[in-house]
Design a protein around this ligand. Structure first.
Ligand code: T1G
Ligand code: NAD
Length: 725
């Protein structure tokens, strides 16, 4: 892995090579430094081009080295050396220039990018701030506002947008390195002063202090509880207020501080966990390495409701032609209008980013009522009502119509995949593809394996997830799969706390303070109280005949709350009806407002049912609500439904709004300490023997018996005999 240098006429080309993404490891940085020094000192060289091997410039600092580095990456001095060079240096950006990779490119005097390349400063997603001058040079190039948006979100910017913003000087369709060499030759001998970004003034709006104060408030609200986005605003403030060299000191200080926090460790864990989950293995030995995904060239989606619409958009964005089918003309009209309006919005966004070909997507969807049109598609994704009889009828029908090689998938939230597969002629090709709402935005796809699902089908669904820009997580087939299975106790627990006198708003605030985008009650209002109630009934968590409630709130020996049912009967469905746990300005409104009616109603309800009031602190609210998720997570591991704690964490951070800076429920449990979690669960269960979700999982107890094992070692104590994947 050395930086290889060759000379083309008078231009030295330095290639960074550290597969697969040319991460800037200490060794690579040293090698590039040596090559740059040689080029600067070589009389035959008049200009320098820096490129990355195998079509990727660089994905930035080598994250795998983070825990080994004590004093942070020595990248800064390499970038300074490049910027100070009297010979022009041109970055030839192909693939990605991210984090330290972009910072290195910003040290170069010119930047040329391939049209498909992406640039960005994603350090914030790892709980850090850019550490090699990125937040100091970028605002000198593109201004404070654009820099703020890039560094606080970590978003990746495609070459054409980067050109518009002024990050790169030119975008080319091919031969990026040749173009960079030509440019380098052209600028030999020209003054470089205006190209040395650290020497330029920061481009600020007139009232920059107020702008940054406002930014801080927004960022605090947007990234609840996360430290690094706030530190990003602070670095920008330093860029504005201080001369470059002092700004650099501040950048270093903030980086060093973040570098030692639990949050950055959690986010690095989350980064690798998201990549680990792609490497699935079945008990049979079949795995991501041995199974071959089949190409998906055409698809069909059945049902154009909330989920089907988003799924269609997702497929179209991946350039897969879709046949969209509904049950009758009226629903088809409604569904097709909704899809086209979503698609128009997506096209507009893409066009603003310079994708002139985006309008072609319109031709990729075909709407129909005719099942015959599905004869030749490679995959069908069913997204009709959550009703087993209906789903079976549809799959029976599909089985007779679709070509034998077609994969048949269901978007069910938790029905039995095997029962659905049993009515088809190809149970090995039936897969659960559980998208999350809104399906064209949410990153998660739970891929559910039925007992007959083949490794080829899994591989195809996992590859489809990747092609759709999503993270596929393979899970086993059990009621509600993994994500919703863990969510149900959380919802129930939150409702029990309300029955005991705690306020809906307080519980939401506590969980939002923890970092959730929204608390459980706002989430229920979004999902629909009626839908959730039906789900409770279906999964035997209540007695439907007692929905309006007697004082006996037990189903068997299990406590349950009829509140969801009672509120649904009062047509308080949540956002869609304009009232639920909160009230909204109108049906479909989004701004949740505290509702005095609900408070009165709850107080009467508590009196009528003799609930003992037990107010608890914010910290206890968090424990009560989150420890049941964690406990159920251990049970899912014990049952072999999830293949590892990483899978549960990826599901929760990408599908349920669990804050990434705590890693996910299982990582968070390891951070709190398993003995602490166990002791608390035991205490809560002892006080509430009618809430079995609080009964500590056997697996959790087993792990605690070994002490406080790190998460990486849990799996070893589980063994693979239980695996239901
Ligand atoms: N360091 C080490 N390994 C990395 C890496 C990195 N920066 N980026 C990716 N990998 C590994 C990844 O773990 C996987 O390994 C393989 O490469 C392919 O990745 C000084 C502080 C580049 C867009 O945050 O966004 O710079 O699983 O499966 O879908 O301020 O990886 O095969 O063993 O994701 O084609 C900032 C994060 C660092 C970049 C490629 N940089 N990477 O996506 O493949 S901090 C990032 C990505 C920093 C400076 C600082 C993506 C990608 P394995 P992949 P992909
Ligand atoms: P929805 O009620 O919004 O839409 C269902 C659509 O299916 C309707 O447009 C209906 O007309 C259509 N349909 C019904 N029968 C049909 C038939 N025989 N042929 C063709 N179309 C038919 O439902 P939804 O919320 O989109 O849920 C769909 C599926 O996705 C369910 O299984 C649900 O459990 C699951 N799911 C929902 C969510 C969510 O947040 N809404 C999330 C994940 C999974």
């Amino acid at each position: 892995m050395a930086a290889f240098s060759y000379i083309c006429d008078s231009v030295a080309v330095i290639t960074m090579s550290n597969p697969p993404v040319n991460a800037l490891s200490s060794a690579l940085i040293r090698a590039v430094q040596k090559a740059v020094e040689e080029a600067i000192g070589d009389f035959a060289v008049e200009a320098i081009v820096i490129r990355g091997d195998k079509g990727k410039f660089s994905a930035g600092a080598d994250i795998r080295e983070f825990n080994r580095l004590e004093r942070g990456p020595p990248l800064v001095s390499l970038i300074d050396l490049i910027e100070d060079s009297k010979k022009p240096v041109v970055a030839a950006i192909e693939g990605v220039a991210l984090g330290g990779g972009l910072e290195l490119a910003l040290g170069c005097h010119y930047r040329i990018a391939h049209a498909q390349a992406y640039v960005g400063l994603p350090e914030v997603l790892l709980g850090l701030v850019p550490a090699a001058g990125g937040a100091l040079r970028l605002p000198r190039l593109i201004g404070i506002s654009a820099t703020l948006s890039m560094i606080t979100t970590g978003k990746y910017v495609q070459a054409r947008e980067a050109l518009k913003l002024g990050i790169v000087d030119k975008v080319v369709g091919e031969n990026t390195v040749d173009e960079a060499i030509q440019l380098a030759k052209k600028v030999i001998g020209q003054p470089l002063g205006s190209r040395q970004l650290s020497t330029l003034p920061v481009q600020c709006p007139p009232n920059v202090e107020a702008f940054l104060d406002e930014a801080m408030v927004k960022v605090k609200k947007q990234f609840r509880g996360a430290q690094s986005p706030l530190a990003c605003v602070e670095v920008l403030r330093a860029a504005v207020q201080l001369p470059y060299l002092e700004g650099k000191k501040k950048e270093r200080e903030l980086f060093q501080f973040l570098y030692t926090t639990d949050q950055t460790r959690a986010q690095q864990y989350a980064f690798f966990a998201e990549r680990e989950v792609a490497k699935w293995t079945l008990p049979s030995g079949a795995s991501w390495k041995t199974a071959s995904p089949q190409p998906i060239r055409t698809a069909a989606v059945i049902g154009l409701g909330t989920m089907g619409r988003g799924i269609v958009i997702s497929l179209v964005k991946a350039k897969i032609p879709v046949i969209a089918l509904e049950q009758d003309k009226k629903q088809l009209d409604i569904g097709s209008k909704a899809v086209m309006s979503l698609l128009d919005r997506e096209i507009l966004k893409m066009e603003q980013l310079g994708h002139t070909e985006a309008t072609n997507s319109l031709g990729l969807v075909q709407f129909t009522l005719d099942y015959g049109k599905l004869r030749d598609v490679d995959i069908v994704i069913e997204a009709v009502f959550e009703n087993m009889a209906l789903k079976k009828e549809i799959f029976r029908h599909l089985s007779g119509i679709c070509k034998p090689e077609a994969f048949l998938c269901t978007n069910t939230s938790g029905l039995d995949i095997d029962e659905i597969a049993s009515v088809t002629d190809r149970p090995q090709m039936i897969v659960g593809t559980h998208f999350f709402a809104p399906a064209h935005i949410m990153k998660l796809l739970e891929v559910v394996r039925g007992s007959c699902t083949s490794s080829t089908s899994i591989s195809t669904a996992m590859q489809l997830a990747k092609n759709l820009g999503k993270i596929g997580v393979l899970v086993g087939n059990c009621p509600l799969f993994v994500g919703n299975r863990l969510m149900l106790p959380y919802i129930q627990q939150a409702i029990f706390l309300v029955e005991e006198g705690n306020k809906v708003e307080e519980i939401d605030r506590a969980l939002e303070g923890f970092g959730f985008a929204m608390g459980p009650f706002q989430m229920m209002d979004l999902a629909g109280l009626d839908t959730l109630w039906r789900c409770h009934v279906e999964h035997g968590l209540t007695r439907p005949e007692q929905s309006t409630g007697t004082s006996n709130h037990c189903c068997g020996s299990k406590r349950y709350s009829p509140l969801l049912g009672i509120l649904s009967e009062k047509l308080r469905f949540g956002q869609k009806s304009g009232q639920g746990w909160y009230k909204y300005e109108k049906p479909g409104g989004r701004k949740a407002m505290s509702d005095p009616w609900l408070h009165n109603f709850l107080s009467e309800y508590r009196d009528a049912h003799n609930f003992k009031t037990q107010y608890i602190t914010q910290e206890e609210i968090i424990e009560w609500c989150l420890y049941v998720i964690i406990n159920e997570g251990f049970k899912a591991l014990e049952d072999g439904i999830a293949s590892g704690p990483e899978d549960i964490d990826v599901i929760y951070t990408n599908g349920y709004g669990w804050p990434k800076h705590t890693g996910g429920p299982m990582y968070y449990a390891s951070l709190v300490g398993l003995p602490v979690v166990l002791t608390k669960l035991e205490k809560y269960y002892e006080a509430n023997p009618d809430i079995p979700d609080l009964k500590p999982s056997m697996f959790l107890k087993k792990l605690v018996a070994y002490g406080n094992l790190p998460l990486k070692e849990w799996q070893f104590h589980l063994g693979s005999q239980n695996c239901k994947l």
